[in-house]
Design a protein around this ligand. Structure first.
Ligand SMILES: *[C@@H]1O[C@H](CO)[C@@H](O)[C@H](O)[C@H]1NC(C)=O
Ligand SMILES: *[C@@H]1O[C@H](CO)[C@@H](O)[C@H](O)[C@H]1NC(C)=O
Ligand SMILES: *[C@@H]1O[C@H](CO)[C@@H](O)[C@H](O)[C@H]1NC(C)=O
Ligand SMILES: *[C@@H]1O[C@H](CO)[C@@H](O)[C@H](O)[C@H]1NC(C)=O
Ligand SMILES: *[C@@H]1O[C@H](CO)[C@@H](O)[C@H](O)[C@H]1NC(C)=O
Ligand SMILES: *[C@@H]1O[C@H](CO)[C@@H](O)[C@H](O)[C@H]1NC(C)=O
Ligand SMILES: *[C@@H]1O[C@H](CO)[C@@H](O)[C@H](O)[C@H]1NC(C)=O
Ligand SMILES: *[C@@H]1O[C@H](CO)[C@@H](O)[C@H](O)[C@H]1NC(C)=O
Ligand SMILES: *[C@@H]1O[C@H](CO)[C@@H](O)[C@H](O)[C@H]1NC(C)=O
Ligand SMILES: *[C@@H]1O[C@H](CO)[C@@H](O)[C@H](O)[C@H]1NC(C)=O
Ligand SMILES: *[C@@H]1O[C@H](CO)[C@@H](O)[C@H](O)[C@H]1NC(C)=O
Ligand SMILES: *[C@@H]1O[C@H](CO)[C@@H](O)[C@H](O)[C@H]1NC(C)=O
Length: 349
């Protein structure tokens, strides 16, 4: 094959010597390293190209330039079958279209109705007059699968009760002509906002941001983001589940007393504080209300007393974590016998 590029190579080689030319590219393309595609869908390959300085004089962008895609191996000489798309032909092995403006060095290409046997590496080549070149150093790996991969969910920072939270869900859209939709399933009311984003490698992603105000009731409940890809006349879906971890101050804090009947002086009584909190309670504090005054009497989840005459009264506990504190109901410690507190059912001393 007496391609002009080879002749040019020989001339450069002859003039400048091996070291100058060796390893230099005749064409510089920019495209993603890989694309994940769904069977039956289309794939858009974001692509642009540039002509290296040593060929700038040979390439004339005003002359119609055709684009060629070669699979498997850039050296298509021995395998003409590997040329799967040639924009100067009307019939190609792959149904496709160069949607970019080649005059602006935009070689963005869409292939339609991809099947799993399209999974391969692809090289780009331009053919114009007199310049023709393939970029041997850059290829895109296209991976075609029957099922979409899960969208990516992200939360920023802590999810706290009563504080507005935003979650992002995103999924790359290989076929921006038929972008997928993202839908949410949440245990509460929410608002969403969707946008099409461009990634650093020029591929596009759909990003959906959901905003809601969690309460402690949503702790350990699932959130689901579902990506729905239109493929032909049906849909394919992939979802990402996430269990919510909501930080909340102690809730349902409750004090209990055991035994809860009036007791004799000298017997043992347990006061226990319970409830729910995330993160767990770090500090339980017991208070006694007596003669209208509240005094702190103990700390710890349970408080055991060997009852003395002055112990009768109302007790409550406070549970505390990093998010705040919760106060319990009041329980009564009533004393049987023991002189002045005789059988007072209300027990207030
Ligand atoms: C590019 O091609 C156009 C059309 O053939 C011609 O008019 C123009 O002079 C060429 N430009 C260069 C820099 O060769
Ligand atoms: C692309 O098609 C043109 C026109 O048929 C042809 O001249 C050229 O050789 C083809 N390129 C390749 C790489 O097959
Ligand atoms: C290249 O063409 C594609 C498809 O027409 C377009 O979406 C993209 O923005 C273009 N890229 C640049 C860098 O102009
Ligand atoms: C492609 O780009 C050239 C040069 O910028 C412009 O003249 C031409 O109109 C563009 N073609 C299309 C189809 O946009
Ligand atoms: C894709 O294939 C279906 C049948 O499998 C056909 O109806 C449809 O026209 C094709 N679409 C394109 C863009 O080639
Ligand atoms: C890919 O496989 C399909 C059947 O799944 C077949 O019809 C088609 O010809 C194959 N295409 C290529 C390029 O091998
Ligand atoms: C969600 O995406 C937006 C836009 O990219 C970004 O500003 C924000 O920080 C992201 N939020 C999360 C929770 O990742
Ligand atoms: C596909 O999903 C879209 C968007 O979620 C929906 O409107 C449409 O009814 C679904 N089509 C089928 C066939 O399930
Ligand atoms: C929540 O999601 C997990 C997977 O992350 C799943 O195993 C579990 O069944 C889901 N629970 C509910 C109530 O949907
Ligand atoms: C309670 O205290 C008294 C006096 O110190 C003691 O005699 C009694 O054994 C204690 N009762 C219990 C259940 O520990
Ligand atoms: C009080 O609690 C302790 C330890 O939790 C337990 O051993 C004891 O039996 C309890 N006493 C009563 C009266 O419930
Ligand atoms: C628990 O709370 C009490 C009363 O607020 C305080 O004195 C004590 O230092 C706290 N302990 C811890 C470990 O935070």
């Amino acid at each position: 094959m007496a391609c002009p590029e080879n002749m040019f190579f020989l001339i450069v080689l002859f003039i400048s010597g091996v070291l100058v030319c060796f390893g230099q590219r005749d064409l510089i393309t920019t495209m993603p390293d890989r694309l994940d595609v769904l069977t039956g869908s289309c794939v858009q390959i974001p692509c642009s190209f540039d002509i290296p300085d040593q060929h700038k004089d040979t390439f004339n962008s005003t002359i119609l330039t055709s684009g060629v895609w070669i699979k498997e191996n850039s050296n298509f000489g021995e395998r003409p079958d590997n040329v799967i798309f040639n924009s100067s032909k009307t019939v190609n092995r792959y149904q496709g279209k160069i949607t970019g403006n080649m005059s602006q060095k935009n070689c963005t290409t869409v292939f339609f109705n991809v099947t799993t046997n399209y999974t391969d590496v692809y090289f780009f080549r331009i053919e114009s007059q007199p310049f023709r070149a393939t970029d041997y150093d850059k290829s895109v790996y296209i991976d075609v699968r029957d099922f979409p991969s899960s969208p990516v969910l992200s939360v920023s920072g802590e999810v706290k009760e009563g504080t507005l939270v935003s979650l992002n869900c995103s999924a790359v859209t290989p076929c921006p002509e038929h972008p997928h939709e993202l839908t949410w399933t949440l245990p509460t009311q929410f608002t969403t906002e969707n946008q099409l984003q461009e990634n650093p490698d020029q591929t596009k992603s759909v990003l959906s941001t959901v905003t809601f105000t969690p309460s402690y009731l949503h702790h350990e409940k699932n959130i689901t983001c579902t990506a729905v890809y239109p493929v032909g006349t049906s849909n394919k879906t992939a979802e990402h589940n996430m269990m919510l971890n909501v930080s909340f101050s102690p809730k349902d804090t409750s004090a209990s007393i055991s035994p809860d009947d009036p007791v004799f002086v000298g017997s043992c009584v347990n006061l226990t504080c319970s409830g729910t909190a995330n993160p767990p309670v770090t500090n339980f504090t017991w208070f006694k209300i007596s003669e209208g005054k509240t005094t702190q009497v103990a700390s710890g989840q349970s408080y055991t007393l060997n009852v003395t005459v002055g112990d009768g009264g109302l007790y409550y506990c406070e549970a505390r974590n990093s998010q705040g504190c919760g106060k319990s109901n009041e329980v009564q410690l009533a004393i049987k016998g023991g002189g002045e507190h005789l059988d007072s059912p209300v027990g207030l001393t």
